[in-house]
Design a protein around this ligand. Structure first.
Ligand SMILES: [Zn+2]
Length: 59
């Protein structure tokens, strides 16, 4: 089991099993859904929104 720090609240988040980049974990302290973005050291970040449902870029 590996530990990472939640970027949202700063709590330690335990990752069960073998961490992989892109894996989703949920912070047990603030309930934020996060993605693993780096393995050494283990780093978490908010998931990248990759759907085009919302029209932010109007041309
Ligand atoms: Zn958190």
């Amino acid at each position: 089991m590996s530990d990472a720090v939640c970027p949202s609240c700063g709590a330690q988040v335990s990752v069960k099993g073998t961490p992989k980049i892109g894996m989703s974990v949920t912070c047990t302290a603030c309930d934020t859904e996060l993605d693993i973005v780096w393995l050494d050291p283990l780093e978490l970040d908010w998931p990248i929104e990759d759907d085009d449902d919302e029209d932010f870029d109007e041309e």
